[in-house]
Design a protein around this ligand. Structure first.
Ligand code: X2X
Length: 333
């Protein structure tokens, strides 16, 4: 019968085991795009969310995961989630700031002491403030931010021992005014490059350095093209789960609730996975030949103070946002 045939095509990407018995195409098929390969905790945990949601909605809602910038660079995919070509997209708040200026505030240099402070701010008033601004920019955003982690500097040329090593360093930074401003204040020559071009840019020597959390250095195999890793912990970065607002609003309330709850669970699971990786990956990266050092962060931070970096960004974000940040971190400048 016809019913049997319809069932065959359903769910190549979307939880085949759970829907194999269903003779009905999903009512809602939403794409989720992101910049990490399969095997990264964000994709592992979102795969679990996909399967739980398929089961709880009885196959009505199917998530299709497009990893590894398959649908385009981060800059391109931001346009796609705005237009509705993609329904969900995870993007660093710091990159999102090209559209929503205050969204980079979690990346303020040397602001958070540890991830405890990060969650206090991002699950608290500061995160709520940022999400309101994102929603006012005609994007929907889920309540919890994924973990990328504290960022470290890698180079092919030599370790970062202090502010002097940063002078004229040709370093890749993601496409974002905060990143460019911060590394200029540190005396570097930053180049804005999307993540999907970073490996090639390092390999071909367009830049000599980049900065990312250890889990991202590892998943991007940057140890193949970078020798030194300096543990600067210079900023914390995370990913907001953005949704096209028209697509989101089309969902019935019961499905919205199931999706929100399962995304939230997977986000909290992913945070813990990443914290663990960032704590333990040093040894494995050393095994790949990387050399680590731990420069004094205060000396680098002083360079930012002297360049008036903090007062400039306080003025950019405004008093209200800055106060919410300092409420958690203490005075920054
Ligand atoms: O582009 C980067 O460096 C990355 C992967 O960390 C982000 O998505 C911000």
């Amino acid at each position: 019968s016809r019913r049997l045939f319809i069932g065959v095509g359903v769910g190549a990407l979307a939880a085949p085991a759970l829907v194999a018995g269903k003779a009905q195409a999903a009512e809602f098929r939403f794409k989720f795009a992101n910049n990490f390969p399969l095997g990264h905790p964000m994709n592992n945990r979102m795969t679990e969310a996909r399967d739980r949601i398929a089961e709880e909605t009885d196959g009505r809602f199917m998530l299709q995961i497009f990893p590894n910038n398959q649908l385009g660079s981060d800059t391109d995919t931001l346009n796609q989630v705005r237009s509705g070509a993609v329904e969900f997209f995870t993007l660093s708040g710091i990159i999102l700031s090209s559209l929503v200026p205050v969204a980079s505030i979690n990346g303020m240099g040397f602001a958070f002491k540890d991830t405890g402070q990060v969650w206090q701010a991002m699950d608290g008033e500061l995160g709520a403030y940022v999400r309101d601004k994102i929603k006012a920019s005609r994007l929907h955003v889920m309540d919890h931010i994924f973990n990328n982690g504290f960022r470290q500097i890698t180079t092919s040329t030599g370790p970062i021992e202090g502010p002097g090593s940063l002078r004229n360093l040709k370093i890749r930074v993601p496409v974002s005014p905060l990143w460019t401003s911060m590394f200029q204040a540190l005396g570097c020559a930053p180049a804005s490059i999307n993540w999907n071009e970073v490996y090639t840019a390092l390999q071909s020597g367009i830049v000599d350095a980049q900065e990312n959390p250890l889990s991202t250095i590892d998943v991007g195999k940057l140890f193949e093209v970078q020798k030194y890793c300096s543990l600067t912990n210079h900023m914390w970065d995370g990913f907001w789960m953005l949704a096209n607002p028209r697509s989101w609003d089309r969902l019935p309330d019961d499905i919205k609730e199931i999706v929100s709850r399962n995304f939230a669970k997977s986000t909290l699971d992913q945070r813990a996975d990443i914290d663990k990786l960032n704590e333990t990956l040093r040894v494995s990266l050393e095994g790949h030949g990387m050399q680590f050092n731990e420069p004094d962060p205060e000396a680098i931070r002083n360079q930012l103070r002297e360049a008036n970096f903090y007062s400039e960004w306080k003025a950019n974000y405004g008093e209200e946002a800055w106060e919410l940040l300092e409420k958690v971190t203490g005075p920054l400048a």
